[in-house]
Each structure stands twice: as C-alpha cells, then as structure tokens.
Design a protein around this ligand. Sequence first.
Ligand code: ADP
Ligand code: GLC
Length: 490
Amino acid sequence: MKIVIASSEAIPFSKTGGLADVASGLAKALHQDGHDVTLILPHYRRLTPPHLVGEPLGAINVKIGEKQAEAHLLRGNMPGSSVRVVLVDKPDYFDRAALYTEKGHDYHDNCERYVFFSRAVLDAARFLNLQPDVFHSNDWQTGIVPALVKTEWRRQAGCETTGAVFTIHNMAFQGKFPWWDMRLTGMSWEYFTYQQMEYYGDLNLMKTGIVFSDVTTTVSPTYAREICRPEYGYGLDTALALRGPRLIGILNGVDTEEWNPATDKYLNTKYTADSFQEGKATNKRELQQEMGLPQRAEPLLFGMISRLTDQKGLDLILAKAEDLLKADIQMVFLGTGDIRTENAITELAHRFPQKVAVRIGFDEGLAHRIEAGADAYLMPSRFEPCGLNQQYSSLYGTPPVVMSVGGLADSVVDTTPETLMNGTATGFKFSTYTPEQFISAVWRCVGCYLHDRMGWKKLVENGMRRDWSWKRGATEFVQAYQRAIQLAKT
Ligand code: ADP
Ligand code: GLC
C-alpha cells in the first residue's frame, strides 16, 4: 500500500511529545512490513541536526490564502531505516527557536504555518508522484489534510478513491483560531458550518480532521470511548460520537529501536530481562550521580519524565510528596511546561536535596537514563490518550504507577496476587483521581518493592518480556487504511 503520513513532529528530526515517537515508529514499522511509506514533516532548520538533512528534491508553490508561497522539499535521513522522509523547508514559518510555543506564548501565525504545511503535504505528494492510496494525518496541525483530500485531491483523475485517515493524539489541543483564518485554508465558506469546520464561531482544525476523514483513529481503545463523553471530549464529544464505527482506538506501539535497554545508545550499561538486576543497579547509581542524589542502593527511586501540564497529575504528587518522602524514597523529575509546576517541583527539590532531584528542560538522553535508572515510574495522569512512558518504563524494568484512564488503562495490568501468579502484572493502578487513591497505589508499589522481592522480580520480567512493538499497531493501521479506501469509494 502507498501511504503518506503527515506529522508536525517526528524523532529524531523534531519532538515536543509522544506524537514524534509515534510518527516515526509507525512509519518505520509499516515500511518494514513492505508498504511504500512517505513521512512528510516541516523542516525546523534550527532544531534538526544537519546530518539528518539530505539532498534537495525540488521546489513547490503552495497556496496560502490568496497567495502562493514557495517551499523547498528536502530528503530526510532516518537513522537505521530506509523509510522515505520528506522535509518541507520554509524558513519564515519553521526556522524558529521552538515548534509551536515560545516563552509561554503560541506563535501568532500557527494557523498559517500549519495550513501551509498541510497544503504542502498534498503538493509534495503530487510533485514527487507518490500516488498515495491513503493520506494519514495527525492532530490539529494537519487536521485540514482530510478536508483537502475530500474537496480537492479526489477531483483529480485517478485519485477518486484516495483514503483520508486522521489520528487524534490529544483532544486538549484542537487548533482553534478566529473565523477570519478560514481565508487561509483556501476552502469555500460553505464548509464553515457547525457540522464541519466551525466551532462556536471559530475555525477548529481538529474538528475539521475528525469530520472530513474517512476513518478517525485515536491512540487507545479506552480513549476512543472516553472522548465520546463530555468529560474527555473537550466540546467535540458529539462530533466524535456521531462517527460511530468510523472512530477506532489503536494502542500506540513502541519504537523498539529507539527504546530498548539492550541497545540504548544513551546508556553506559545496557541490560536485558536476564540481567536487569545488575544492569538497573548500575544505571541507578549513575542516575543518582548525574542528578546529584546520594548514591545509595536502598531507596526506591521513582522517575518521571513529562510535559508539565494539567494533564499529567503533578498536583497529586505534590499533594502527597511530603508523606511519601518520610519513607526511604528518592524522586527524579525531568520536565518542562507550566511555570508554576516547574517552580513547585524545583522548590520540593530544594527542601529535600537528599531525596528529590529536578531537571527543568528537554533532554532526550536523560529521559532514557531515567527509564533505566529508576526503580519505578510515576504517571498519575488526569487523562492520557495513550501515554508512552508507562510502556517504556515496563520495557526498561521500571514498573509504573498509573491512573487507570485512556491508554494507561489499556497498557498497564494492575498487580494483584492473581496477576502476579498468571504472569500478566506490569504495574500499579488507581481509578479515581484523588491524592488518597494515588498514594495508596504508591504504597502498594513501595510495599511490593520492599517486602516481596520475588513478586517484584516477576513484575519487572513481565513488563520487559511483553511485546510492546508496533507490529500489532501497524497491522491495525493497515486495516484502518483499507477501510478508509473502501469508504472513499462509496
Ligand atoms: P505526551 O505526548 O502527552 O507528552 P507521551 O507519554 O505520549 O506523552 O510521550 C511523551 C514523550 O516525550 C516521551 O517520549 C517522553 O520521554 C518525552 N518527553 C516528555 N518530556 C520530556 C523532557 N522534558 N525531556 C525529554 N523527553 C521528554
Ligand atoms: C499525545 C498524548 C499521549 C500520546 C501521544 C502520542 O501527546 O497526550 O497520551 O501517547 O500523544 O500518541
């Protein structure tokens, strides 16, 4: 199958969160399965390491509002894979210090930047003669792609049945812009209705992707159900419920070339399920040293790597941190985002310098070293479409403590005597978002670590031996693509 995947970020070219891991991981897995895959990304010149940028492929003229603007297409080099990557180079839009937001403010022209990019995806597909069977776009940044496929692309001879699949990674970010930005899309005002692109007077690019796609996917089966309800749908629950069987949940996989403790390039000491005890002990010591914590084997070291937003449950951790820190526990945080949360965890580290260490910022290598060096992982998200760190944690022998929501509910099996016996337990879950429920799950984790060494070993091995790869997810995506092509025909 010929597949074009459009994403605003993908590792190792650019990244702010899980979307980057997913775009590359899925593209590589589909390519490995023999599909003809092209991954199209913006070229963030200042942020992409130059050795990842290959030869020029040509120039295209892209319509943006009333204007035409030129973009250059460059080949991207995906390390360790021959999947085709195309970078859209347009410095006035993408050569900036960050992807979407700088110093707490979204770039004022985000709508223009990503409508331009979305149009460039279709123009690049035409220019490079890719003849895709399906366009797969992701989140609001490329939400207009399905609309362009339906209203423009399919009018070309031979393109009548090209499918459009749209994946929702997070309903909390919808790409809402003032109505006058509709002009930028170059689409007719007839589509600016509440059934299509309009949302309470604004242009809504996430809604556009949902409504126009043949098949809408999201990143876990539980989240697919949750977003049809007002608590999780962020105002689009009705639009989502109306999709019926056209909305499906496919749990994200893990790019096991990037995330694998046996081969991880960011670790001095690599390990497997058979050598995790020594392997993790060494990584723990190194992590304690890197973060300036006392190098002791005894404490249970919790790790957390996160965008610091409302979503991720830092308020639960902060509410119970003092209680927790009465026990022999250490905590390592890596994150950036909301300034108040950054300050609150930094202050916690100042108050408990022997127990808590914080790094504010984005650091891919440290993220890997935390997964390897921590004993257990905290992910008490208020909501979580899929979540990748709980999967990485399991794979690195670092059982996660999670709120049972979205993809966390689907990917973590709670530890009970039964699940330990039958070899399925991978972590600790709580089901109501309260500090009390959270801390009781943490105490269960601490209790198991301290008092049931055999049980803990089993838990770690279960997580490390489970298949977290994209194999299953890639197959489910191919089925979604086939369904989209089928629906495009009708
Ligand atoms: P989300 O996409 O909501 O942020 P995910 O769990 O799906 O959550 O993915 C987060 C990804 O971003 C993981 O790969 C995680 O390691 C990475 N990440 C988040 N914050 C940082 C950070 N400060 N430094 C390095 N990596 C980070
Ligand atoms: C979003 C979600 C996260 C998901 C990621 C990749 O950022 O918050 O849960 O894992 O996208 O799909």
